[in-house]
Design a protein around this ligand. Structure first.
Ligand code: ATP
Ligand code: MG
Ligand code: FE
Length: 332
Protein backbone atom coordinates (compact mmCIF):
# COMPACT_ATOMS: atom_id res chain seq x y z
CA UNK A 1 0.00 0.00 0.00
CA UNK A 2 1.44 3.36 -1.07
CA UNK A 3 0.12 6.66 0.32
CA UNK A 4 0.91 10.22 -0.77
CA UNK A 5 0.71 12.73 2.10
CA UNK A 6 0.16 16.46 1.55
CA UNK A 7 0.60 19.05 4.31
CA UNK A 8 0.05 22.83 3.92
CA UNK A 9 -1.55 23.87 7.24
CA UNK A 10 1.00 26.54 8.13
CA UNK A 11 4.28 27.60 6.55
CA UNK A 12 5.66 24.33 5.20
CA UNK A 13 4.63 22.99 1.78
CA UNK A 14 5.25 19.28 2.27
CA UNK A 15 4.61 16.12 0.27
CA UNK A 16 5.73 12.60 1.15
CA UNK A 17 5.30 9.06 -0.10
CA UNK A 18 4.97 6.33 2.56
CA UNK A 19 4.76 2.57 1.98
CA UNK A 20 2.69 0.34 4.29
CA UNK A 21 2.26 3.15 6.79
CA UNK A 22 5.82 3.04 8.07
CA UNK A 23 8.37 3.09 5.28
CA UNK A 24 9.36 6.54 3.99
CA UNK A 25 9.94 6.51 0.21
CA UNK A 26 10.29 10.29 -0.01
CA UNK A 27 9.90 13.34 2.23
CA UNK A 28 9.96 16.76 0.56
CA UNK A 29 9.54 19.99 2.54
CA UNK A 30 9.63 23.52 1.12
CA UNK A 31 9.95 25.77 4.14
CA UNK A 32 8.89 29.42 4.03
CA UNK A 33 10.65 30.46 7.23
CA UNK A 34 12.92 32.91 5.40
CA UNK A 35 9.90 34.80 3.97
CA UNK A 36 8.17 35.15 7.34
CA UNK A 37 11.24 35.88 9.48
CA UNK A 38 11.27 39.63 8.92
CA UNK A 39 7.67 39.84 10.17
CA UNK A 40 8.50 37.87 13.33
CA UNK A 41 5.82 35.27 12.62
CA UNK A 42 3.76 33.60 9.91
CA UNK A 43 1.81 36.01 7.68
CA UNK A 44 -1.25 34.05 6.40
CA UNK A 45 -1.50 35.78 2.99
CA UNK A 46 2.16 35.19 2.24
CA UNK A 47 1.86 31.57 3.37
CA UNK A 48 -1.04 30.86 0.97
CA UNK A 49 0.76 32.46 -1.95
CA UNK A 50 3.91 30.42 -1.35
CA UNK A 51 1.90 27.20 -1.11
CA UNK A 52 0.27 27.94 -4.49
CA UNK A 53 3.69 28.53 -6.06
CA UNK A 54 5.29 25.43 -4.53
CA UNK A 55 2.67 22.69 -4.34
CA UNK A 56 2.95 21.27 -7.89
CA UNK A 57 6.74 21.31 -7.78
CA UNK A 58 6.82 19.59 -4.39
CA UNK A 59 4.34 16.89 -5.51
CA UNK A 60 6.45 16.17 -8.62
CA UNK A 61 9.63 16.06 -6.54
CA UNK A 62 8.12 13.63 -4.02
CA UNK A 63 7.11 11.24 -6.83
CA UNK A 64 10.53 11.53 -8.45
CA UNK A 65 12.46 10.86 -5.25
CA UNK A 66 10.26 7.84 -4.48
CA UNK A 67 10.73 6.72 -8.09
CA UNK A 68 7.00 6.13 -8.64
CA UNK A 69 4.12 7.61 -10.67
CA UNK A 70 0.51 8.49 -9.75
CA UNK A 71 -0.51 5.02 -10.98
CA UNK A 72 1.35 3.45 -8.02
CA UNK A 73 -0.51 5.46 -5.37
CA UNK A 74 -3.39 3.85 -3.42
CA UNK A 75 -4.62 6.96 -1.61
CA UNK A 76 -3.89 10.66 -1.13
CA UNK A 77 -3.92 11.85 2.48
CA UNK A 78 -4.17 15.58 3.06
CA UNK A 79 -4.31 17.80 6.15
CA UNK A 80 -7.86 19.18 6.31
CA UNK A 81 -7.32 21.09 9.59
CA UNK A 82 -6.61 22.68 11.95
CA UNK A 83 -4.45 25.48 10.57
CA UNK A 84 -4.63 28.65 8.47
CA UNK A 85 -7.67 28.39 6.20
CA UNK A 86 -6.00 29.87 3.12
CA UNK A 87 -3.00 27.61 3.56
CA UNK A 88 -5.08 24.47 4.14
CA UNK A 89 -7.19 25.19 1.04
CA UNK A 90 -4.15 24.95 -1.23
CA UNK A 91 -3.29 21.44 -0.04
CA UNK A 92 -6.90 20.24 0.01
CA UNK A 93 -7.57 21.50 -3.51
CA UNK A 94 -4.32 20.06 -4.86
CA UNK A 95 -5.22 16.68 -3.31
CA UNK A 96 -8.73 16.83 -4.78
CA UNK A 97 -7.39 17.72 -8.23
CA UNK A 98 -4.92 14.80 -8.22
CA UNK A 99 -7.58 12.48 -6.81
CA UNK A 100 -10.04 13.42 -9.56
CA UNK A 101 -7.53 13.39 -12.42
CA UNK A 102 -6.00 10.02 -11.51
CA UNK A 103 -9.00 8.41 -9.80
CA UNK A 104 -7.22 7.94 -6.47
CA UNK A 105 -9.15 7.82 -3.15
CA UNK A 106 -8.86 10.82 -0.81
CA UNK A 107 -8.31 10.77 2.95
CA UNK A 108 -8.72 13.92 5.09
CA UNK A 109 -6.29 13.96 8.02
CA UNK A 110 -6.16 15.90 11.31
CA UNK A 111 -2.82 17.72 11.60
CA UNK A 112 -2.30 16.74 15.26
CA UNK A 113 -3.08 13.08 14.51
CA UNK A 114 -0.23 13.53 12.03
CA UNK A 115 2.19 14.74 14.69
CA UNK A 116 1.29 11.69 16.81
CA UNK A 117 1.75 9.26 13.89
CA UNK A 118 5.24 10.63 13.13
CA UNK A 119 6.22 8.16 15.87
CA UNK A 120 4.87 5.15 13.97
CA UNK A 121 7.67 5.55 11.44
CA UNK A 122 10.11 4.37 14.12
CA UNK A 123 8.00 2.02 16.29
CA UNK A 124 4.74 0.09 15.98
CA UNK A 125 2.06 1.36 18.37
CA UNK A 126 1.08 -0.67 21.44
CA UNK A 127 -2.22 0.36 23.02
CA UNK A 128 -3.28 1.93 25.26
CA UNK A 129 -0.87 4.76 24.61
CA UNK A 130 -0.51 8.36 25.70
CA UNK A 131 0.82 11.18 23.52
CA UNK A 132 2.22 14.44 24.82
CA UNK A 133 1.54 16.85 21.96
CA UNK A 134 3.60 20.05 22.14
CA UNK A 135 3.52 22.27 19.06
CA UNK A 136 3.12 25.84 17.87
CA UNK A 137 -0.65 25.83 18.36
CA UNK A 138 -1.35 22.84 20.63
CA UNK A 139 -0.42 21.42 24.03
CA UNK A 140 -2.41 18.28 24.81
CA UNK A 141 -2.32 14.88 26.43
CA UNK A 142 -4.03 12.43 24.09
CA UNK A 143 -5.06 8.90 25.04
CA UNK A 144 -5.49 6.20 22.36
CA UNK A 145 -6.98 2.71 22.80
CA UNK A 146 -6.81 1.89 19.09
CA UNK A 147 -5.67 3.33 15.76
CA UNK A 148 -7.42 6.51 14.67
CA UNK A 149 -9.43 7.15 17.85
CA UNK A 150 -8.28 9.99 20.09
CA UNK A 151 -9.33 11.13 23.56
CA UNK A 152 -7.96 14.48 24.71
CA UNK A 153 -7.55 14.18 28.51
CA UNK A 154 -5.86 17.54 29.01
CA UNK A 155 -5.09 20.64 26.99
CA UNK A 156 -3.81 24.18 27.35
CA UNK A 157 -6.27 26.79 28.58
CA UNK A 158 -4.32 29.65 26.98
CA UNK A 159 -1.00 29.62 25.14
CA UNK A 160 0.50 26.55 23.50
CA UNK A 161 4.05 25.66 24.55
CA UNK A 162 5.54 26.54 21.15
CA UNK A 163 3.71 29.85 21.20
CA UNK A 164 5.14 30.64 24.66
CA UNK A 165 8.64 29.75 23.40
CA UNK A 166 8.23 32.02 20.38
CA UNK A 167 6.92 34.94 22.48
CA UNK A 168 9.68 34.62 25.08
CA UNK A 169 12.24 34.44 22.26
CA UNK A 170 10.79 37.57 20.73
CA UNK A 171 11.12 39.46 24.03
CA UNK A 172 14.80 38.44 24.04
CA UNK A 173 15.09 39.73 20.44
CA UNK A 174 15.85 36.27 19.04
CA UNK A 175 14.80 35.42 15.44
CA UNK A 176 11.60 33.56 14.50
CA UNK A 177 10.90 30.73 15.18
CA UNK A 178 12.38 31.23 18.63
CA UNK A 179 12.00 27.74 20.14
CA UNK A 180 15.34 26.35 18.94
CA UNK A 181 17.17 29.54 20.06
CA UNK A 182 15.72 29.37 23.59
CA UNK A 183 16.63 25.67 23.70
CA UNK A 184 20.24 26.46 22.77
CA UNK A 185 20.52 29.38 25.25
CA UNK A 186 18.93 27.31 28.03
CA UNK A 187 21.79 24.81 27.75
CA UNK A 188 24.35 27.54 28.31
CA UNK A 189 22.57 29.15 31.27
CA UNK A 190 21.60 28.42 34.89
CA UNK A 191 17.95 28.16 35.94
CA UNK A 192 18.60 30.77 38.65
CA UNK A 193 15.56 33.01 38.15
CA UNK A 194 12.40 32.11 40.07
CA UNK A 195 9.43 31.60 37.72
CA UNK A 196 5.94 30.14 38.36
CA UNK A 197 4.67 26.65 37.49
CA UNK A 198 0.98 26.38 36.63
CA UNK A 199 -0.20 23.08 38.14
CA UNK A 200 -3.91 24.11 38.08
CA UNK A 201 -6.47 22.17 40.18
CA UNK A 202 -5.37 18.97 41.80
CA UNK A 203 -5.70 16.08 39.36
CA UNK A 204 -6.10 18.29 36.29
CA UNK A 205 -4.25 17.35 33.12
CA UNK A 206 -4.79 20.79 31.62
CA UNK A 207 -1.97 23.24 31.06
CA UNK A 208 -1.49 27.01 31.19
CA UNK A 209 1.55 28.90 29.94
CA UNK A 210 0.43 32.51 29.66
CA UNK A 211 1.24 33.25 33.34
CA UNK A 212 4.75 31.93 32.86
CA UNK A 213 5.16 33.96 29.67
CA UNK A 214 3.99 37.12 31.49
CA UNK A 215 6.36 36.40 34.37
CA UNK A 216 9.26 36.28 31.91
CA UNK A 217 8.21 39.57 30.31
CA UNK A 218 7.79 41.18 33.77
CA UNK A 219 11.21 39.98 34.86
CA UNK A 220 12.77 41.64 31.82
CA UNK A 221 10.74 44.81 32.24
CA UNK A 222 11.52 45.19 35.97
CA UNK A 223 15.22 44.61 35.43
CA UNK A 224 15.20 47.20 32.67
CA UNK A 225 13.51 49.77 34.96
CA UNK A 226 16.01 49.18 37.73
CA UNK A 227 18.89 49.37 35.29
CA UNK A 228 19.90 45.78 36.13
CA UNK A 229 21.21 43.24 33.65
CA UNK A 230 19.50 39.91 33.14
CA UNK A 231 21.46 37.13 31.49
CA UNK A 232 19.28 35.96 28.57
CA UNK A 233 20.72 32.47 28.92
CA UNK A 234 19.69 32.25 32.58
CA UNK A 235 16.20 33.50 31.79
CA UNK A 236 15.94 30.95 28.96
CA UNK A 237 17.12 28.16 31.28
CA UNK A 238 14.66 29.19 34.00
CA UNK A 239 11.76 29.39 31.52
CA UNK A 240 12.62 26.01 29.99
CA UNK A 241 12.93 24.37 33.41
CA UNK A 242 9.46 25.60 34.40
CA UNK A 243 7.89 24.35 31.14
CA UNK A 244 9.56 20.94 31.30
CA UNK A 245 8.78 20.32 34.96
CA UNK A 246 5.03 20.71 34.38
CA UNK A 247 4.95 18.80 31.07
CA UNK A 248 6.95 15.82 32.35
CA UNK A 249 5.18 15.61 35.69
CA UNK A 250 1.66 15.61 34.20
CA UNK A 251 2.66 13.13 31.50
CA UNK A 252 4.11 10.77 34.10
CA UNK A 253 1.01 10.98 36.28
CA UNK A 254 -1.36 10.38 33.34
CA UNK A 255 0.73 7.43 32.12
CA UNK A 256 0.35 5.83 35.56
CA UNK A 257 -3.34 6.61 36.00
CA UNK A 258 -4.33 5.26 32.58
CA UNK A 259 -1.83 2.40 32.73
CA UNK A 260 -0.56 2.96 29.22
CA UNK A 261 2.02 0.76 27.49
CA UNK A 262 3.65 3.56 25.50
CA UNK A 263 4.22 7.29 25.87
CA UNK A 264 4.78 9.24 22.65
CA UNK A 265 6.23 12.72 22.29
CA UNK A 266 4.81 14.73 19.37
CA UNK A 267 4.84 18.18 17.73
CA UNK A 268 7.46 20.82 16.92
CA UNK A 269 8.53 21.30 20.54
CA UNK A 270 9.38 17.56 20.63
CA UNK A 271 12.64 18.75 19.04
CA UNK A 272 13.52 20.42 22.36
CA UNK A 273 16.69 18.84 23.77
CA UNK A 274 15.83 19.62 27.37
CA UNK A 275 12.37 18.07 27.09
CA UNK A 276 13.65 14.93 25.35
CA UNK A 277 16.28 14.41 28.06
CA UNK A 278 13.89 15.07 30.96
CA UNK A 279 11.34 12.57 29.59
CA UNK A 280 14.04 9.96 29.05
CA UNK A 281 15.18 10.35 32.64
CA UNK A 282 11.64 10.29 33.97
CA UNK A 283 10.76 7.04 32.16
CA UNK A 284 14.15 5.32 32.42
CA UNK A 285 13.06 3.05 35.32
CA UNK A 286 9.48 2.70 34.08
CA UNK A 287 7.79 -0.28 32.39
CA UNK A 288 6.26 2.17 29.95
CA UNK A 289 8.01 2.45 26.58
CA UNK A 290 8.92 6.05 25.76
CA UNK A 291 9.00 6.95 22.07
CA UNK A 292 10.62 10.14 20.84
CA UNK A 293 10.43 10.98 17.13
CA UNK A 294 13.55 11.69 15.06
CA UNK A 295 14.25 15.43 14.80
CA UNK A 296 13.22 15.72 11.14
CA UNK A 297 9.74 14.37 11.92
CA UNK A 298 9.02 16.69 14.89
CA UNK A 299 8.16 19.88 13.01
CA UNK A 300 5.62 19.94 10.17
CA UNK A 301 6.08 17.35 7.42
CA UNK A 302 3.92 15.18 5.17
CA UNK A 303 5.33 11.79 6.20
CA UNK A 304 3.22 12.02 9.34
CA UNK A 305 0.10 12.86 7.29
CA UNK A 306 0.67 9.85 5.02
CA UNK A 307 1.22 7.69 8.14
CA UNK A 308 -2.25 8.59 9.48
CA UNK A 309 -3.73 8.28 5.98
CA UNK A 310 -2.43 4.73 5.74
CA UNK A 311 -4.32 3.61 8.84
CA UNK A 312 -7.52 5.48 7.91
CA UNK A 313 -7.46 4.10 4.36
CA UNK A 314 -7.16 0.58 5.76
CA UNK A 315 -10.18 1.25 7.98
CA UNK A 316 -12.14 2.54 4.98
CA UNK A 317 -12.26 6.08 6.36
CA UNK A 318 -11.97 7.88 3.03
CA UNK A 319 -13.37 11.28 2.06
CA UNK A 320 -15.30 12.32 -1.04
CA UNK A 321 -15.05 15.40 -3.25
CA UNK A 322 -16.84 17.46 -0.58
CA UNK A 323 -13.66 17.36 1.53
CA UNK A 324 -12.91 20.92 2.60
CA UNK A 325 -10.42 22.87 4.69
CA UNK A 326 -11.56 23.06 8.31
CA UNK A 327 -9.38 25.48 10.33
CA UNK A 328 -11.06 24.53 13.63
CA UNK A 329 -11.19 20.75 13.11
CA UNK A 330 -11.33 18.82 16.41
CA UNK A 331 -9.30 15.73 17.28
CA UNK A 332 -11.50 12.77 18.13
P1 ATP B 1 0.35 23.02 15.24
O1 ATP B 1 1.07 21.75 14.96
O2 ATP B 1 -0.14 23.14 16.63
O3 ATP B 1 -0.69 23.34 14.22
P2 ATP B 1 2.62 24.30 14.03
O4 ATP B 1 2.40 23.27 13.00
O5 ATP B 1 2.79 25.72 13.64
O6 ATP B 1 1.43 24.21 15.11
P3 ATP B 1 4.95 22.81 14.66
O7 ATP B 1 5.53 22.90 13.32
O8 ATP B 1 4.44 21.51 15.11
O9 ATP B 1 3.84 23.92 14.93
O10 ATP B 1 6.02 23.32 15.70
C1 ATP B 1 6.59 24.60 15.56
C2 ATP B 1 6.89 25.10 16.97
O11 ATP B 1 7.92 24.29 17.55
C3 ATP B 1 7.37 26.54 17.00
O12 ATP B 1 6.67 27.21 18.04
C4 ATP B 1 8.86 26.39 17.36
O13 ATP B 1 9.39 27.47 18.08
C5 ATP B 1 8.83 25.13 18.20
N1 ATP B 1 10.14 24.47 18.28
C6 ATP B 1 10.88 23.93 17.27
N2 ATP B 1 12.05 23.45 17.75
C7 ATP B 1 12.05 23.70 19.10
C8 ATP B 1 12.98 23.46 20.16
N3 ATP B 1 14.16 22.86 19.94
N4 ATP B 1 12.63 23.86 21.41
C9 ATP B 1 11.44 24.45 21.65
N5 ATP B 1 10.54 24.72 20.69
C10 ATP B 1 10.84 24.35 19.43
MG1 MG C 1 5.98 25.56 10.74
FE1 FE D 1 2.35 21.21 13.39
Amino acid sequence: QIIMGIETSCDETAVAIVKNGREVLSNVIASQIESHKRFGGVVPEIASRHHVEEITIVIEEALKRADITFADIDAIAVTEGPGLVGALLVGVNAAKAVSFAHNIPLVGVHHIAGHIYANRIITEFTFPLLSLVVSGGHTELVLMEEHGVYKVIGETRDDAVGEAYDKVARSLKLPYPGGPHIDRLAHEGEASIKLPRAWLEEGSYDFSFSGLKSAVLNTLHNADQRGEDIEPKDLAASFQESVIEVLVSKTKRAAEEFQVRQVLLAGGVAANRGLRKALEESFSESEVELIIPPLELCTDNAVMIAAVGSVMFEKGKTSDSRLNANPGLELK
